[in-house]
Design a protein around this ligand. Structure first.
Ligand SMILES: [Zn+2]
Length: 279
């Protein structure tokens, strides 16, 4: 029973955290919604449910087995570090976060990978439900990368689970439509990704979108010069320029997007001024 307690505490924390974020989204919204919320939330939840099923059936068995092997055979960099056990776990989590940053950059820079990530960015609003809106093909394509992360960094099952939970909590937080006090957000964004920061990453303008790739620690964007915090949230239009109408963002369209034989978008926009402002 005692071994199960931390799991219960973790679940209770996540449920409480989601409840607080949902309440704050209603009390202190950061952006005005473009779409009616219920239809959009149902669509994002459906996209997330398909992805969750793909993860449970395909990804989880592979990465769980691999992380067990990594732990028993002391694979990778972290087991070789002359550090106490707790610090090794922290190092592994930081390196997983860094390599997730690299993967996210690749999703944006490699055209074939962008097709898989595009459904996430096609959302015309940004809130907690966007954190669920990842296409299953993007998650399936990330399995080899995840395996390389686990084997090369040397991540055991417990550390992997902790990283997954922390990342999920941070992804929920930075997608949320919560207007934090500016002074608090400015301080927080020195360390972790905040809703205003991630809002810039969801801009229709490519130059703005190609920033703030970090998932948890902002350190990686700072080190690589991709951090951007110089914009007001109301200067950012959320979404992608080629998906502005209701029929562009239906559930069917969203799920079909990576498989459409359409040419890979060339992003003709040079700057925000070239995008016609919403009416
Ligand atoms: Zn992205």
């Amino acid at each position: 029973m005692s071994r199960r307690t931390p799991g219960w505490i973790g679940t209770a924390l996540v449920v409480t955290g989601i409840g607080v974020l949902l309440w704050l989204e209603r009390k202190r919204p950061l952006r005005i919604a473009v779409e009616p919320p219920l239809r959009r939330i149902a669509r994002n939840a459906a996209v997330g449910a398909v992805t969750a099923a793909a993860v449970a059936i395909v990804e989880r068995p592979i990465v769980t087995r691999l992380s067990l092997l990594a732990a028993t055979r002391a694979w990778g960099l972290v087991p070789r570090l002359p550090l106490p056990r707790a610090l090794r776990a922290l190092a592994a989590i930081a390196l997983m976060d860094y390599t997730l940053y690299v993967w996210h950059v690749l999703l944006h820079r490699v055209p074939a990978l962008w097709r898989l990530h595009e459904p996430h960015h096609a959302d015309r609003d940004l809130d907690l439900s966007t954190a669920l809106r990842f296409h299953f093909a993007e998650f399936l394509a990330s399995i080899p990368w995840r395996c390389a992360q686990i084997a090369l960094i040397g991540v055991g099952p417990r550390t992997l689970q902790l990283w997954q939970k922390l990342t999920f909590a941070e992804v929920l937080f930075h997608h949320s439509n919560v207007r934090l006090p500016r002074a608090i957000e400015a301080k927080l964004s020195l360390y972790v990704v905040t809703p205003r920061m991630h809002g810039i990453h969801h801009s229709v303008v490519r130059q703005e979108r190609d920033s703030n790739f970090s998932s948890a620690l902002t350190l990686w964007d700072t080190l690589h010069g991709t951090a951007r915090i110089d914009m007001q949230h109301d200067e950012v239009t959320i979404g992608l320029p080629q998906f502005r109408d209701d029929e562009d963002v239906t559930l069917r369209q969203t799920l079909a997007l990576p498989f459409k034989p359409t040419p890979i978008p060339t992003f003709p926009l040079k700057g925000k001024e070239s995008y016609p402002p919403r009416g």
